[in-house]
Design a protein around this ligand. Structure first.
Ligand code: PHB
Length: 403
């Protein structure tokens, strides 16, 4: 008796839980093909817009956002980067993506990707409910799954869908719906976190700088000509209150210092936050009528800038198979989702893990560990194979092998 427990009942081909970039891009791609969606998120639009996330898009992902009419702004406000710098042993080493693999990446913050997608949904008349609570996903192993939720005004709603997509992020509730005996969770914790800052200062370098020193890792990224994003390795339980602006700048300067006299341009710090991370994959990425996409199915440490790109790749594949599934092929088309998405997921897991270990200083590392690590860094920048590996992984993998 649904009428007794909900105020409204509606139907839609695809219900999407989670209005981050994965959920909204999926809704956008399906919408372009004439398939209706409803997207739900427990967060308000304001909450999502004011949470800072990473900032690197693969060229293919940037192109997809431009070409499908989501974001002209990438071309205006984004910056194409044809390389990155790795600094260690006090020396800079540039990895030239363009020269090595003919590819580049775009610096364009995830927050802006979200804003562009949310605006595009509004422009195209798509339905997105922000700030909902008590979301329940039901009957995923049947052909008629349902989603129920409470709207901000307290009314309760039911949506009947043919398919449900869990794009509800790294604390996904949807992934818990796959029973324990039918899922495997792979995970790894790291003994460090990132201390992230937003600072009002000019750019210190034209491209991103990933720095390793015996004191730990630092990343110098950018946002605009006057606002910069930087991170340094800290303990997972570090407290932001222990860090004055002076102490932060001293730490960052020490981690990037080198024989070339490189120094960061300093300024007032606008935001400080400790960001914990882990590696995680849940398989399968689909059960019955529900598929998982993005962080709900897998998270990576931020070091390789893979997270957003992986999420966008998932939904590109998922949009294709859902369109087939809703057409003449039926649910069997969904069998193609996991094999096509998961190969990239594990490649990215490996790369993110490798780059994290390559650049961070493990607590308790012995002198042997540290010297070996310098050997690995030297292999990465000092051999053509090493540089090419890094360039190819960082810029993303072509859908088919290049050679
Ligand atoms: C960022 O700009 O926030 C950023 C860039 C590259 C990363 C992680 C974060 O690997």
């Amino acid at each position: 008796m649904p009428d007794a427990i909900v105020d409204t009942v509606a139907s839609v081909p695809v219900a999407i839980v989670g209005a981050g970039p994965a959920g909204l891009m999926l809704a956008h791609l399906l919408g372009r093909a004439g398939v209706g969606t409803v997207v739900l998120d427990t967060r308000t639009r304001h909450e999502i817009e004011t949470t800072h996330r990473a900032g690197i898009l693969e060229a293919d992902a940037a192109r997809a956002l431009v070409e499908t009419g989501v974001s002209e702004r990438i071309l205006l406000d984004g910056h194409e980067h044809e390389g990155v710098e790795l600094r260690f042993g006090g020396q800079p080493h540039r990895i030239d993506f363009k020269k090595l693999v003919g590819a580049s990446v775009w610096l364009y913050p995830q927050t802006d990707v979200f804003i562009d997608l949310a605006d595009a949904r509004e422009r195209d008349g798509g339905t997105v409910h922000f700030g909902v609570r008590d979301t329940e996903v039901l009957d995923i192993t049947t052909d008629s799954p349902k989603v129920r939720w409470t709207a901000p005004d307290g009314t309760r709603h039911e949506l009947r869908a043919r398919y449900v997509v869990g794009a509800d992020g790294s604390r996904s509730g949807c992934r818990d719906l796959v029973p324990e005996d039918r899922r495997t969770r792979y995970g790894k914790d790291y003994p460090f976190a990132w201390f992230g800052i937003m600072a009002e200062a000019p750019m210190s370098a034209p491209e991103l700088v990933y720095a390793h020193s015996e004191h730990g890792f630092a990343l110098i990224s950018q946002r605009t000509a006057t606002v910069q994003r930087m991170y340094f390795q800290c303990a997972p339980d570090e407290s932001v209150d222990a860090w004055s602006d002076d102490r932060i700048w001293e730490t960052l300067q020490a981690r990037v210092a080198g024989e070339d006299g490189f120094r960061l341009k300093e300024g007032p710090i606008l935001e400080k936050k400790v960001l914990r991370f882990r590696s995680f994959v849940q398989e399968p990425m689909r059960l019955g009528s529900m598929a998982l996409a993005g962080d709900a199915a897998h998270t990576v440490p931020p070091t390789g800038a893979r997270g957003l790109n992986l999420a966008l790749h998932d939904v590109k594949v998922l949009a294709e198979v859902l369109l087939r599934a809703l057409g003449s092929e039926g649910a069997a088309a969904l069998d193609d989702y996991q094999p096509r998405a998961l190969q990239r997921v594990w490649r990215a897991q490996n790369f993110s893990y490798w780059m994290t270990r390559l650049l961070h200083t493990a607590p308790g590392a012995t002198p042997f560990d540290l010297r070996r690590q310098l050997g690995e860094l030297d292999n990465a920048v000092g051999t053509r194979a090493g540089r090419t590996f890094l360039a190819e992984q960082y810029t993303g993998w072509p859908t088919a092998d290049r050679d």
